[in-house]
Design a protein around this ligand. Structure first.
Ligand code: EPU
Length: 333
């Protein structure tokens, strides 16, 4: 375990902002985690890879960076396998392990930044797959009682970029591992996402072929946080009703929309942001990524507050232009 007092958060967040915290514990063992949780008073923030959080000021509390490692097979038969993955594993390292072993279900989620423990919190999703599609359960510790728990999928209340861990259990638990159900044969290849379908039409499908293509698409659209600070999509894609959709389409017939049910349509926040001219806005320090304007980027030395102000300007403008309230996907601290 490593303890950093009065530490910079720069290497703990992919926006690369330099706010500070009272104390950051880098914790590898669950037994250490329990000890710290029982000793600490005051505010606690559990941090994984720091790829979905924007620090806008000094954090007056303790940060626990959970780094427990391990992948264990719980049970398997000839068609499927149940694996338990520790929260501190890097998500993409786990995906690579699954694809190399020909275990199917997570290939569309290749190259998503962050750690395994954060995956259920916002029900990570990409290219037609969400974590909930393969999720079995997660284990963790309740912060108030230090009691261990296991929660099955149905209890986690997963929906688009949401779960019980962002609502009723927000700041009340720490997830220490997750269990996922993967296929060993008869894989269900999911290539409904337009570019996957187009690019893979002449390929014989395999987990590796899909994973490689997802990586190619992500690398062409999304910046690598190691060179450009970012947290992926900053906002969720808004869901609007049919009458609002018709109203906007009357003025902008090119508005893309995806039907959820007869009165609910998901529309791309990226489109709203581009139409509002934000590819040309921003400052020396902050802007949107040119290939994907839903991604706010730190051009070098932005503070968290500068990024937040820019995000609020986007929200305000979209509300004015389209009467749509964007909601952050990123956690603002
Ligand atoms: N678009 C524009 N201008 C652009 C780029 C995109 O108008 O410059 C519009 C286009 O209409 C495009 C649409 O945005 O068809 C959707 O773009 P894309 O397919 O890249 O996906 P997204 O809806 O913006 C979501 C997730 C991503 C995930 C992709 C692929 C959310 C908030 N984001 O983005 O997740 O990788 O789909 O499935 O749902 C993340 O959560 O951090 C993330 C990157």
């Amino acid at each position: 375990m490593k303890i950093n007092k009065e530490a910079s958060l720069k290497k703990f967040n992919t926006f690369n902002v330099s706010e500070t915290a009272n104390c950051i514990y880098e914790v590898e063992e669950i037994i250490q985690l329990k000890k710290i949780l029982s000793d600490i008073k005051g505010q606690i923030l559990i941090l994984g890879g720091g790829s979905n959080v924007l620090f806008t000021k000094r954090f007056e509390g303790t940060i626990i960076n959970l780094r427990n490692k391990g992948i264990n097979v719980i049970r398997e038969n000839k068609d499927s396998i149940l694996v338990e993955v520790c929260a501190g594993e890097n998500w993409n390292d786990f995906v690579i392990w699954a694809v190399e072993n020909n275990y199917g279900g997570v290939e569309n989620l290749s190259l998503i930044p962050g750690n395994v423990g954060a995956a259920p919190i916002q029900n990570i999703g990409a290219y037609g797959v969400e974590l909930k599609d393969i999720f079995y359960s997660c284990s963790g510790i309740r912060l108030n009682s230090l009691e261990e728990f296991e929660m099955k999928k149905s209890e986690c209340k997963f929906s688009y970029r949401n779960s019980i861990f962002k609502t009723e259990l927000k700041d009340k638990v720490v997830i220490t591992s997750i269990k996922l159900n993967l296929t060993k044969s008869n894989h269900h290849f999911k290539i409904a996402y337009k570019e996957l379908k187009e690019n893979l039409s002449n390929f014989e499908l395999s987990l590796k072929v899909i994973s490689d293509e997802v990586i190619k698409i992500r690398q062409s659209k999304l910046p690598d946080h190691k060179s450009i600070g970012n947290c992926g999509s900053f906002f969720k894609n808004p869901i609007i009703n049919l009458s609002k959709l018709k109203k906007i389409k009357a003025e902008y017939p090119d508005l893309p929309s995806f039907k959820i049910d007869s009165n609910k349509y998901k529309i791309p926040a990226a489109w709203l942001i581009e139409k509002s001219g934000f590819k040309e806005k921003g400052s020396k320090n902050v802007g949107v990524y040119e290939n994907q304007p839903l991604v706010i980027i730190n051009r070098g030395s932005a503070s968290g507050k500068e990024i937040l102000d820019f995000a609020n300007e986007i929200k305000y403008t979209i509300h004015n232009n389209f009467n749509i309230q964007l909601e952050e996907e990123v956690l603002i601290i």
